[in-house]
Design a protein around this ligand. Structure first.
Ligand SMILES: O=C(O)CCC(=O)C(=O)O
Ligand SMILES: [Fe+2]
Length: 195
């Protein structure tokens, strides 16, 4: 169902995957993905990101990062199957997926928009959640020239959040830390990188 957000196109399905399938996929990815912790460079200092990540995709789907041109790891059979399913459900095509593993409540993702030029002018991002439920937030971008209240929603395992159209242009999103004791969560964002 669509979220009531001006200048955005965001749709949410709470039960995209049945619970048994979501649980099996969570285990498979926890053990089957080569998770790594990357650093962000802040004022010349390398600070470890508060989460683990992996990047998989088709051979052409390179992305630029800190001046480097990086190749994704190949899609595993499970990621292949998931991509097909998401393409059928959302009517868009994806050639890469960023995987995030939030080990506990102190792992997080800060405010950002997925607006890199590689994603084109109106990125379609299909975001699948597995494992523990975490709160996800949206806020209008400063300088976007409109007023709207922030939006917050819980993302349970098996849920699908689709962001498309002008969403990245006008809104930021984040996955804040929580003081609650929560188990691990995996999030997969399927994207299309255009040359
Ligand atoms: O973990 C999430 O739900 C958000 C991930 C995200 O925003 C991203 O990978 O760009
Ligand atoms: Fe994002």
């Amino acid at each position: 169902m669509p979220l009531a957000m001006p200048r955005a196109d965001v749709r949410f399905q709470n039960d995209f995957l049945p619970p048994n399938e979501a649980a099996a996929l969570f285990l498979e990815l926890t053990n089957g993905i080569a998770w790594r912790q990357e650093a962000i460079h802040l004022f010349g200092r390398a600070v470890p990101q508060p989460r683990l990540i992996a990047w998989h995709g088709d051979a052409g789907a390179t992305y630029r990062y800190s001046g480097l041109q990086l190749q994704p790891e190949p899609l595993t059979p499970v990621l292949h199957a998931l991509r097909l399913r998401l393409q059928q459900a959302t009517g868009a095509a994806y050639n890469s997926v960023l995987l995030n593993l939030y080990r506990h409540g102190q792992d997080s993702m800060g405010w950002h928009a997925d607006d890199e030029s590689e994603l084109g002018p109106a990125p379609v991002i299909a975001s699948l959640s597995l494992g523990a439920t975490r709160r996800f937030r949206f806020r209008p971008r400063s300088g976007a020239g409109f007023e709207a209240a922030p939006v917050s929603l819980e993302l349970p395992g098996g849920s699908l959040l689709l962001m498309q159209g002008p969403t990245q242009h006008n809104w930021q999103h984040a996955l804040p830390k929580t003081a609650r004791s929560v188990g691990p969560r995996i999030n997969l964002t399927f994207r299309r990188i255009v040359a």
